[in-house]
Ligand binder design. Structure first.
Ligand code: 13P
Ligand code: SF4
Length: 324
């Protein structure tokens, strides 16, 4: 039988894709009593089918509150793992298990345990972009939207280790005027932006405001008139009278920016090379097709040992209490 290349592509070893993927996903959602949570860096189709889109703090809160039996997490592994830490009895699906995070990978558990042991009197504040093993070794978790607020609530005389992002850590140090011991991890995406190209864009678009995520290097942050988490950047663009923005974070967020402020113009901050490396290679592993297969086959699912889960839950709960 003759099969076109297109039809071949639409088949996988798992079976044939339905013609209307959106409808098929909606019907699987009912069947599983599932909620689809998506991060702002997901491809537009996934954002459009999600029940809830948010930054990592909003997604953790949504995962904590949901009554659904299953959580389909359109994001990266540490985000789905966070949902599982908060919901041990729910099925948590991640469309592609390889959707990791360079920040989480930059902090291996054994090395971090030695680092922590070398600073025995320090409190450990870890950015949520880390593995459950690192969370289990932490005292408080934070996200990019509450890191400053959380560190400000810790007594001044208490020494702190901040892991794993050195850029967010440096930003928190500046904002709180405190000295933190930084783990030297970073995000491949947020370290790719070119300061020179951002300055050139500002010259070419004198009315535009540059805005940036705190995972960017200080050479980029110094050109931003607003710095914040993905949700904070989105809110800023909506509320600001400015009509044009240079956006120094993963460009997936521009889909929501454009939807919420259709009269405004958003320019993605360019990477140093002529590559697409400002797109998160991990976030972009998820596709609508993989989301469908994950729901249909109830896999890949997130699992973890109960010991690690309980140890990781404690600092997560502290964060949720400290960021109400
Ligand atoms: P947010 O906390 O802004 O969602 O950031 C998560 C992230 O992975 C940024 O790279
Ligand atoms: Fe991790 Fe960076 Fe991707 Fe965010 S953008 S998920 S920090 S690799």
């Amino acid at each position: 039988m003759f099969t076109t290349a297109l039809a071949q592509r639409e088949k996988t070893q798992l079976g044939e894709l339905p013609l209307d993927l959106f409808a098929a996903i909606q019907s699987l959602k009912k069947e599983l009593n599932a909620v689809i949570l998506a991060h702002y860096y997901q491809e537009p189709d996934i954002q459009d089918i999600a029940d809830f889109i948010g930054d990592s703090l909003q997604l953790a809160k949504a995962a904590e509150k949901t009554n659904a039996d299953a959580i389909v997490f359109a994001g990266v592994h540490f985000m789905a793992e966070t949902a599982k830490i908060l919901n041990p009895d729910k099925l948590v699906l991640l469309p592609d298990l390889n959707a990791g995070c360079s920040l989480a990978d930059s902090c291996p558990a054994e090395e971090f345990a030695a680092f922590k042991a070398a600073h025995p009197d320090h409190l450990v504040v870890s950015y949520i972009n880390c593995s459950a093993d690192i969370k289990a070794m932490s005292d408080i978790i934070c996200t990019s939207s509450n890191a400053v607020k959380i560190v400000q609530q810790i007594p001044k005389e208490q020494p702190i280790i901040f892991a794993p992002d050195r850029n967010l850590g440096r930003y928190v140090m500046e904002q709180t005027e405190r000295d933190l011991v930084l783990w030297q991890g970073s995000c491949v995406v947020h370290e790719t932006f070119s300061e020179k190209k951002i300055v050139q864009l500002k010259i070419a678009h004198p009315e535009a405001e540059a805005i940036a995520h705190p995972e960017c290097e200080s050479s980029v942050l110094r050109h931003a008139s607003f710095i914040g988490s993905t949700a904070a950047l989105l809110k800023y663009c909506q509320n600001s009278p400015t009509k044009e923005f240079i956006v120094a974070t993963e460009p997936g967020i521009i889909h929501q920016m454009q939807k919420l402020a259709p009269d405004k113009h958003f320019i993605p901050a360019p990477p140093m090379n002529n590559c697409a490396c400002n797109e998160c290679p991990f976030m972009r592993l998820n596709t609508l097709e993989k989301l469908y297969w994950a729901m249909k086959n109830r896999t890949p699912k997130i699992t973890m040992s109960e010991n690690i889960r309980l140890a990781a839950l404690r600092p997560m709960q502290r964060m949720l209490e400290m960021s109400v």
